[in-house]
Structures are given as C-alpha cells and as structure tokens.
Ligand binder design. Structure first.
Ligand SMILES: C[S@@+](CC[C@H](N)C(=O)[O-])C[C@H]1O[C@@H](n2cnc3c(N)ncnc32)[C@H](O)[C@@H]1O
Length: 255
C-alpha cells in the first residue's frame, strides 16, 4: 500500500457510519439522474461496478434496476457498512470487494457499467484508474462518473483545492469539466452527457465528517475571509464558512 493509499484508508475507515448518514452523500439529484440514465440504457440483467463506493449510496440507487452491483472500496469498514445496509434495504444483489481503483481485480469486459461517485478526487493515478475501468467494462458498455466539479476559473479552483486539502489530507484534486472530457476521451470513453447541480457544503458538517484538526479549520476560515471578492462570489462563501460548489455527472460510452 502506498503512503497516499494509507492516508485514504486512515481518513475513511473510521468514518463509514458518518458517510452512511451524511445528507450530501445519501441524497441528491445526481443519484436520481444516475438511476434514470442506467434504467434507460441497460437491461435489468445488467452488471455494474461502483468504484470507491464508500457507504454505498450509488450502489443502493442502482441495485433496484440491475441484476448485480459490485461495490468496491479500499476501506473494509465502508464495505462492512455497505453489506449491512444492503441487507437492511433488501438489496441482496449488491456484493462487495476490497481493492484499489488503480488495480481492479476483475476480468476484461465483465461489466455493463462502471461507475464512481465522490471518490475520483482521491485517486492519485486517475488516468490508470480510468484505464482499469475501461478494461473491465464491455465495449459499448457505459461509464458514470459523479464528483465535485472544479471551477474553470484558476483562482477559484486554487482556493477550492487548498480548502479541500486542509480539510482532508487524502484529497488529491477535483477536476473541471474540461479535464474530465480529456480524461474520459484518453481512457477510451465517448462522453454522452454532462450535467451539474449546485451542492451546498454546510461547514460544520463538512469538517466534522473528516475530523479536520482545529488548526486546519482556522486556516480554512482565514483563507475564506481573506479570499478576493471574486472567489467568495464564485464559491458563494457564507458567514459561517459554508459554501457552494457543483456536483458534476459525466455519462459516457465505452468506445
Ligand atoms: C466520499 S467516499 C464515497 C462516497 C460514495 N461513493 C457515495 O456515493 O456516497 C470516498 C470513498 O472512496 C474510497 N477511495 C478513495 N480512494 C480510493 C482508491 N484509490 N481505490 C478505492 N477506493 C478509494 C474511500 O475509501 C472512500 O470510501
């Protein structure tokens, strides 16, 4: 395990219950749109892989319209949480697998859909992980990526990434729409649809979920108050530190 992978594990493994109950993760128009897209494009016999499943919200949204969903994550406690929550919800078609996105332990072309939600910004080798996702999905199958979308504006982007890293040391990078277009094309996916929704991050909840050290919370607050007006506007930074970014959804076909 690399040092970064250990950091990801240390950050997420104790937080599975917090992620199961997090409103930002459990709900959202992206989950509804994901299910609509999958229901319209895949047969009921479809098999999906959810990479970086966390507490399983994307798997829970897709399982009712598919035959099988494999929920994959690097954290064993996230996977245990997915298993018990899936049983509680009567979703017996969800299986779990512990692995890294960059080394998927599956045969070529075995899935009809490869998906990931709010995880790719932790992957150091995103191009390698997307290549793995392309390898395990069948030609003509689909990819569904959901993640916080970086602003195209460089100054707002730098402030967002800095706040993210201070909040969570396992943060690597949120990508912009332009970056996702290039990454998906390079991995062999043809983009079909891109949508985005505003996502308000409530400050106390956002730092609490990652147990951000108090010193870092102060640094984030200071960065926010010292940010130029155009950054405060772009990120809609509020008096209590809450701010609004966008959740992006990229729906693509495996070429
Ligand atoms: C914010 S949570 C995911 C939320 C979840 N997908 C949902 O829809 O609510 C991010 C997850 O990505 C996992 N993760 C991060 N980097 C990973 C990697 N390289 N391979 C596998 N899982 C990874 C973490 O362990 C964590 O559980």
């Amino acid at each position: 395990m690399s040092s970064h992978q250990q950091t990801v594990h240390d950050q997420f493994d104790p937080q599975a219950t917090a992620y199961l109950h997090s409103a930002v993760h459990a709900h959202g128009p992206d989950l509804q749109r994901a299910r609509q897209l999958v229901e319209a494009a895949l047969p009921r016999t479809g098999h999906a892989l959810d990479v970086g499943c966390g507490a399983g919200h994307l798997s829970f949204a897709l399982a009712p319209v598919l035959e099988r969903v494999v929920a994959l994550d690097a954290s064993e406690s996230m996977l245990a949480t997915v298993q018990s929550a899936a049983i509680e919800r009567g979703l017996a078609t969800i299986g779990t697998r512990r692995a890294a996105a960059e080394a998927l332990p599956f045969a070529d072309a075995g899935f009809d859909l490869v998906a990931s939600r709010y995880s790719a910004h932790h992957w150091t080798r995103l191009d390698a992980a997307l290549a793995q996702m392309r390898r395990v999905v069948r030609p003509g199958g689909h990819a569904l990526i959901i993640d916080l979308e970086a602003p195209e504006d460089a100054l707002a982007d730098t402030h967002l990434q800095a706040m993210e890293l201070l909040r969570d040391r396992s943060h690597v990078r949120n990508r912009s729409h332009r970056e996702w277009q290039a990454l998906l094309a390079a991995a062999g996916f043809e983009l079909i649809e891109h949508m985005r929704w505003p996502t308000r991050l409530e400050f106390a909840d956002w730092v609490g979920r990652m147990r951000t050290p108090a010193q870092n919370v102060s640094m984030i607050r200071r960065m926010q108050t010292e940010a130029p007006a155009e950054v405060r506007d772009a990120l809609a930074i509020e008096a209590d530190g809450s701010f609004t970014v966008h959740t992006g959804l990229w729906w693509a076909r495996a070429a």
